[in-house]
Design a protein around this ligand. Structure first.
Ligand code: PGA
Length: 251
């Protein structure tokens, strides 16, 4: 059985005191019998403080991005080692906002995934088609392309640390969610692709999250689908109440 992951991607929200408030509320309201892994991904400036607040809880820490070099003259960038040193276990890579706003290519995302696994971080590797690509019947092709390029040179052993997140770009922050059937269709396709690229056991073990306007009122129906192993939550993770309701939906 794959354990579900409910991950909160805070994006560029919450200064330090707001981060402390949000994490305190999440901790207070966390279900007692947690059946899912819970992951929070605050901005860099809050990572260390959030880590100190959650280290005795089941909540895990992730960052939202990192650079693929070890160190050096890369002004403004953050390394895998730096993230590890403040308690991160996960790092979101290839988010559509990184791809579309900051121009990250599949090749760059591949380098970042390699660097993350080499340093013992678990990448949450995001893929997803735009509305235009979906309307032109290209969703499967785009997803396959992003996954094969993103995972080039990643061994099966390294892949065991990778979490995949399917986030249709047209559903992110728009209030439009993929229907459970639409999401399940892509998740199943991704699992079959992993089976071809690696093995059936890798395909059975990999956790594939859905992201894109996941809210308390649609989480359960998405999470009920066979191949949906959790959620990457943006807007609804910024309030403890709605984030905890989504965590409960996973249980
Ligand atoms: P959203 O964001 O839940 O606000 O749509 C999801 C994401 O971008 O990870």
């Amino acid at each position: 059985m794959r354990k579900k992951i409910i991950a909160g991607n805070w994006k560029m929200n919450k200064n330090l005191s707001e981060s402390i408030n949000l994490v305190s509320e999440i901790k207070k309201n966390l279900p007692e019998n947690l059946n899912a892994d819970v992951l929070v991904c605050p901005p860099f400036t809050s990572l260390e403080t959030v880590h100190s607040m959650i280290k005795d809880t089941p909540v895990k820490l992730g960052a939202q991005n990192m650079y693929f070099e070890d160190s050096g003259a890369f002004t403004g960038e953050i390394s895998a080692n730096m993230l590890k040193s403040v308690g991160c276990e996960f790092v979101i890579l290839g988010h559509s906002e990184r791809r579309h706003i900051f121009g990250e290519s599949d090749e760059m995302i591949n380098k970042k995934i390699k660097q993350a696994v080499k340093n013992g971080l678990n990448p949450v590797f995001c893929v997803g088609e735009t509305l235009n690509e979906r309307e032109n019947g290209r969703a499967f092709e785009v997803i396959e392309d992003q996954i094969t390029k993103g995972l080039t040179g990643i061994s099966e052993d390294e892949f065991s640390n990778v979490v995949i997140a399917y986030e249709p770009v047209w559903a992110i922050g728009t209030g439009k969610t993929a229907s459970p059937e639409q999401a399940q269709e892509i998740h199943k396709f991704i699992r079959e692709l992993i089976s071809k690229m690696y093995s059936t056991s890798s395909a059975e073990n990999v956790r594939i999250l859905y992201g894109g306007s996941v809210k308390p009122n649609n989480a359960a129906s998405l999470l009920n689908e066979n191949d949906i192993d959790g959620a990457l939550v943006g807007g609804a993770c910024l309030q403890a109440e709605s984030f905890v309701q989504i965590i409960e939906a996973a249980g």
